[in-house]
Design a protein around this ligand. Structure first.
Ligand code: CA
Length: 279
């Protein structure tokens, strides 16, 4: 089952190995924008979860983010594409096969966005970020990849950790020590991403793999969340616990109460139960 770009999504469970996970997503237009260019996708059967944040005028951003979500789903789950042809080109020996597949899926989705622009010039300038998490079958591992400034966080043992590094101009300034996190959040160029699907250059996804533990809570979000509230505030809200729906709604409300300048999307993945491995 896939929930994509709905007002919110169902709580879903997926039990494929020793761990059980549940996921829930919500996307909200925010307080200032007329269109919601964010989408999220939850496919518990495939263990695929993603958030994409589109950009571009005249609703083209919505087209880009949906194309990216569908393209990645197609490449990873429906296996509509034959990956063998391009694997050697992009193969990263540091990653598992699934990590390479995710990388490949992102590149294929980028090509789909690019082709759509070529076929319809009114879509020119559209692009999208993406952050995706896919569960490695029969293993307690999660493969996470991103392009742009959509983020993945993990709450573990009460502590929130940012797992991704934004591909954005302000992040580069923060990394270089030229801007504080606080100043970055309100900087006029805070929306400038240095990589996107659909951009003129082929994006280079950052892909990594992590071991899931019982009790972990993973958060995928668009920048409409973390530019409105601080990481400390996000930590405070997710640490309060409750159902994923409750946590997700609290995050969206907090972003909107702070101004809701942008679309806000939150996708939560919780690792529930460890079963004896049996082998
Ligand atoms: Ca955004």
């Amino acid at each position: 089952m896939v929930a994509s770009n709905g007002k919110d999504g169902p709580v879903t469970t997926s039990s494929r190995s020793h761990l059980q996970i549940e996921a829930w997503g919500i996307t909200d237009v925010g307080m200032k924008r007329r269109h919601n260019e964010d989408v999220f996708l939850v496919d518990p059967d495939a263990g695929l979860f993603l958030v994409a944040d589109g950009m571009g005028g005249h609703a083209a951003g919505e087209v880009a983010s949906q194309l990216a979500a569908d393209g990645i789903h197609k490449a990873l789950v429906e296996k509509e594409f034959e990956p063998g042809e391009t694997w050697p080109e992009h193969w990263d020996p540091q990653l598992t096969a699934l990590g390479n597949l995710l990388n490949d899926a992102v590149l294929r989705a980028h090509q789909e966005v690019t082709v759509a622009v070529e076929e319809n010039p009114t879509l020119k300038g559209m692009g999208t970020t993406v952050v995706a998490a896919i569960r490695q079958e029969d293993k307690d591992r999660l493969v996470i990849g991103h392009v742009g400034d959509s983020r993945a966080y993990r709450l573990r043992d009460g502590q929130l950790t940012l797992l991704t590094n934004d591909h954005s101009w302000v992040h580069e300034q923060v990394s270089a020590g030229l801007l504080t996190e606080e100043a970055a959040r309100s900087h006029p160029l805070k929306n400038v991403v240095t990589q996107a699907l659909g951009g003129s250059a082929e994006p280079q996804a950052d892909v990594f793999e992590t071991s899931m533990r019982e009790g972990d809570l993973y958060l995928l979000c668009s920048d409409g969340l973390n530019t409105m509230i601080t990481d400390g505030e996000i930590e405070e809200i997710v640490s309060q616990g409750g159902s994923l729906k409750t946590i997700g709604q609290r995050l969206v409300i907090a972003a909107n109460e702070r101004g809701g300048n942008d679309n806000v999307t939150v996708l939560l993945i919780r690792v529930l139960v460890t079963h004896p491995s049996g082998n």
